[in-house]
Design a binder for this molecule. Sequence first.
Ligand code: FES
Ligand code: FES
Length: 220
Amino acid sequence: MLATPLPGGLFFGLDPGAARKAACPCGYPTAPAALIVPSCTSSKQKISSAQPKSFYESRFSIYDTPMINLKVNGKQLNLDVDPDTPLLWVLRETLALTGTKYGCGMALCGACTVHLNGEAIRSCVKRVADAAGKEITTIEGLALDLSHPLQKAWIEVDVPQCGYCQSGQIMSAAVLLSENPAPTDNDIDEAMTGNICRCGTYSRVRQAIHRAAEMKRSTT
Ligand code: FES
Ligand code: FES
């Protein structure tokens, strides 16, 4: 199947393989299997001079960006993702870490809470590029064997109802306990105020945080 050349070295056609071969006289190595592929650096330079930059930047900027280096749950990863992608979508869609949930997408509900360098952040509004080079921990990285005091307390108190908000609740609670080993009810309410639970499990969340704090203190 023929690929149709477009100005400046880009090809648009129905056969990505043919387009790749035809579009890469200098051997651009790993163009993705998409119907529109970039050709090579030299072609991109030709594009810049032949066309207004904003036209191509707005459509193909993903191909011009460097790899993003992330450390997630202790693993170093190099990812080919758009730097403006919310961290939440990289975690869920690119890395299949689906324990972190999408609720509002506006930093209002806390369902997407993860740790960035030990702080609780809303991953739905954090650009992945702004998380590069920092330590990211998701609910999957808290403790694989359910040995974290919060995990044990959550099970003991039987906190979740539908469960949707619970990974965010636990991630926020983990930061609270790392900063305050004996939180009062007020401390808990204040720290957890941004984590919404539609099922109203707040009193059990509070109870489980107290229980986890007790467990943590007894082992230190
Ligand atoms: S999904 Fe991020 S705060 Fe609601
Ligand atoms: S357990 Fe259902 S939203 Fe919190």
